[in-house]
Structures are given as C-alpha cells and as structure tokens.
Design a protein around this ligand. Structure first.
Ligand SMILES: Nc1ncnc2c1ncn2[C@@H]1O[C@H](COP(=O)(O)OP(=O)(O)OP(=O)(O)O)[C@@H](O)[C@H]1O
Ligand SMILES: [Mg+2]
Length: 445
C-alpha cells in the first residue's frame, strides 16, 4: 500500500541536517502554520511585540480583517530556531528560548495572544498564556517525518479549543500556611474583578473552605459525581452569593463543597474508586465555563492533594518566612511531587508558581534569616540538579539581584472572617487590597 506524503512531512524531510534558522523558516515554518489552520494572509513575519520581534505571529481572518494587513489582535506566536540550537528539554539553549517566547507573550502588543510555539524543526513545544501565567500545553516533543502530522494535529486541536479556565491548585505539604484562606480570598477577589470563578474544597477531612463560607457539606453527591461516569461534577456546585447593596450588584462564585462520603471512606477504598486523573477529567466541562478554577488541598501528599495537583495547570504555594518546613516543603513539591505528576500527565503541566509569604509580620532581620534558609535550599537543590531560583526569587536576574518575595501580610481581619462566613476581601478594604495585589502579582495581565 503506498502512502502519500503530506506537505508537512515533505517539508521536514527536505530540511538538511544542519539547517540554520533562515532555512527552517523558508522550508518549514509556513507548512507548519498552514497545518495548524493558518493561511498566508493570517501570518505576519517578524511581528513587533513591543519587546522584540518574534519570527511569526498568526491570527485567523475575522470578516475582512486579515491579520497580515491590520496587524491587530495576534493569537499565536511562533519563535523559530535553526537546528544548530539545541531545543531538547535540558539544554541551556532550550531555557533561553523558553524565556524568549515568554518575554514576547507578555509584551505590550501581545495582550490578545493565547498561544506560543517554539521549534527548531527537531523539537517543538506549545505554551498557553492565561492572563499573566504561561505554562506548557505540550511537553517539548521530538519531531520527525513519522510523527509530525500527529503532533501538528494535537497542537491544532488545542489551539482551536482553547480552555477558558486557568486551574490553580493551592498546595503546601505544611499545614496552616494559609492554603484555604488564599483559595477563598482569591476566589472572592477574582469574582469582584469580574472573573467567573469555581472554588473546589478538596480537603474533605477538614472541610474548612466549605465551612468558612457557610455552605452545606455535600452528603455523597460529590463522591458519586467523581466516581460515576455519567454524572457531571458541576451538578454538585453550590453558589456563594454576596450582595453589593450600594452598587445594586450581587457577586457570585461557585463552590464544589467538601463531601462527607469522601471524609468517611477509608483511603484504601478511595484508591479503588479514584484515579490520578479523576478530578482533572471531571473538571473538563468547567474548563470552558469559568475563568478560574481554584482547588484547596490538604496538608499532605496523599490522594486528595495528588488529584488536585494533577487537575491543575499551575500550583500556587503559600509559605511562611519563619517556618523552615513550609519553605522546604515548597522545594519538595517542586523537586519531587510536581515532577511526579508531570510525568504521569504528559502535557508538561502542572508547573509551580513562585512562592509567597503569607500571614506573618516580617522584620528586616527575620527576612535576612529567611533568605539565608532559602539560599541553602536553593544550593541543595542545585546539587540535585534543580534550578529553583525562579520559584523563590522570580525577579532575580544577573543584572538586578532582586530578592523580593511577594507577601500577604498578617492581618486580624483575614483570620477573623471564617467566623462571619464572608471572605475577608468583601468585609475589609485592606484585605481587599492585599488579595487584589496577590491576584495582580500572579494572574492578571
Ligand atoms: N494573611 C493572614 N493574616 C492573618 N491570619 C491568617 C492569614 N492567612 C491565614 N491566616 C489564618 O491562619 C490560619 C491557617 O490558615 P488556613 O486554614 O488558610 O491554612 P491552611 O494551609 O489551609 O491549613 P491546613 O493545612 O490545616 O489546611 C487560619 O486561622 C487563618 O485564618
Ligand atoms: Mg486548609
């Protein structure tokens, strides 16, 4: 049986082994973009991002607005390299190229961009941008004539069915660092800022999120929705509503409450009902409904945290500057737990977000001690082959040695609000500001 060669396969086969960037551009780039669904007038070469120029930008024609002519509202960026640049995942040039595409994705003329691709025609990787957050949507895939059509189809499928939501697991193995408080108040502030939010209480043993909002516990229906194929998890949600009387507005975010049956079922039985991907799969319909899905996890690395982290695009890790365990556990999540999940999940996600300090007053001498401890953690990690610097000091560069870590200060009205059943950000202007800053720091572009 003869097999016809697709133009994309032919393009790849025509490339010499040592093809440099102009050759990859000339022989491969437009075939790749065509196979991703973009026609010639939908592709702009050397697009000026406002922070350097990216090799290609693309967007489908809307009415008579062809991207090549109007240059408005780009949707996807493609950064090309030659085969002389090694884009395999642990190469230094790969890291540099990832930083480069991130810089373009966040540049002023790219606020509408949702997707970024890097390729040198030997490797390819797709990245998603949601607000300020950039995370992998595929692994860094090795490509050749045999798999290129499948890889292109997979990428096309993703970019044509963009998930609306960013899914965030709030996790630290250490207890009492503010996971639940962060989840509740982030959900509340993002709602206030006009986003559609779902919060999931996935800590059934403590049920803190559910009770801090005064929401009734689920009596088995979340358990059933998770374990039975035909039940939609969104049937179990409970709306949390808060009236803004002066503005004649009502705020609402949705909550999947903690479930008593999940609490009562012994872990060995849960393990036969729930798989790593269970929560991820069950949240798929919600991915198209919400802007943000926030999952509160328990303080251990057991079934509920594992499913929560698997379901997430990114993991937000609260810590305390004066609690060494909370910092060491953050590093442990980055070196061990999150990579474990990445290796099961196969799309490069989830990734950790940089840590923040939550809920303690910090004096300058204390900050110095914390930095010393963090430096030791970073040094140990480096010896084990991990570069955790970006997750502890995201603003640190060689040129600017910025050791600032974001803080949510200690504030009595944050602690007090669980009793009132109202998120602190709706009751208190300072709490409102603190969490707005957190949302801006991490998520909002
Ligand atoms: N910024 C803050 N200012 C003051 N109190 C805070 C702050 N953040 C959290 N707290 C308080 O600290 C305590 C622990 O917070 P929280 O329950 O959110 O932690 P957690 O990590 O979810 O705990 P667990 O590991 O038990 O689930 C709570 O009493 C909470 O009200
Ligand atoms: Mg909690």
């Amino acid at each position: 049986m003869s097999r016809t060669i697709t133009s994309l396969q032919a393009a790849l086969q025509s490339l010499p082994d040592n093809a440099q960037e102009p050759v990859v551009d000339h022989l491969f780039a437009s075939h790749l973009l065509n196979s991703l669904g973009f026609q010639t007038e939908e592709i702009h070469p050397q697009y000026s991002t406002g922070n350097g120029s990216v090799d290609k930008a693309a967007r489908k024609t809307i009415g008579d607005d062809a991207f090549l002519h109007t240059k408005s509202n780009p949707y996807l960026l493609l950064e090309l390299k030659g085969r002389d640049i090694n884009l395999s995942q642990d190469a230094a040039q790969y890291q540099v190229t990832v930083e480069q595409i991130k810089r373009y994705l966040l540049a002023p003329n790219c606020t509408t961009v949702q997707w970024g691709i890097i390729t040198n025609s030997c490797h390819i990787q797709l990245f998603r941008k949601h607000g300020k957050v950039i995370f992998p949507a595929t692994k860094c895939i090795s490509i050749d004539a045999n798999n290129i059509d499948n890889v292109a189809a997979e990428i096309r499928q993703k970019i044509e069915n963009t998930n609306k939501a960013l899914t965030i697991a709030v996790y630290n193995n250490k207890g009492g660092v503010g996971k639940t408080t962060t989840t509740v108040n982030l959900a509340a502030i993002l709602t206030f800022l006009g986003k559609k939010v779902l919060a999931v209480d996935f800590d059934p043993n403590q049920q803190d999120l559910t009770s801090s909002l005064g929401i009734p516990l689920s009596q088995g229906s979340v358990f059933e929705a998770l374990t039975e194929r035909n039940i939609d998890l969104l049937t179990t949600l409970y709306p949390y509503k808060f009236p803004l009387k002066k503005l004649h507005r009502e705020l609402r975010f949705d909550v999947i409450p903690a479930d008593q049956k999940l609490t009562d079922t012994p872990e060995h039985q849960l393990l036969s009902h729930l798989q790593s991907h269970t929560l991820y799969r069950k949240l798929e319909p919600a991915q198209q409904e919400y802007d943000y899905i926030l999952i509160d996890s328990p303080p251990n690395w057991r079934i509920f945290s594992q499913l929560a982290v698997y379901a997430a695009d990114v993991v937000l890790i609260p810590t305390k500057h004066n609690n060494l365990f909370s910092l060491e556990n953050a590093a442990m999540a980055m070196k061990k737990f999150i990579p474990e999940v990445q290796s099961k999940k196969l799309d490069g996600s989830p990734i950790p977000l940089p840590i923040f300090f939550n809920g303690e007053k910090i004096t300058d001498p204390q900050l110095k001690v914390a930095q010393q401890e963090i430096n030791n953690i970073l040094k140990d990690a480096k010896q084990e082959g991990f570069n955790l610097l970006p997750y502890f000091y995201p603003k640190y560069t060689k040129a600017k040695k910025d050791l600032h870590i974001h803080e949510v200060p200690s504030y009595a009205n944050i602690a007090g609000s669980a009793f009132s059943r109202i998120p602190a950000v709706y009751r208190d202007i300072s709490a409102h500001e603190y969490y707005k800053n957190l949302a801006k720091e991490y998520f909002l572009q």
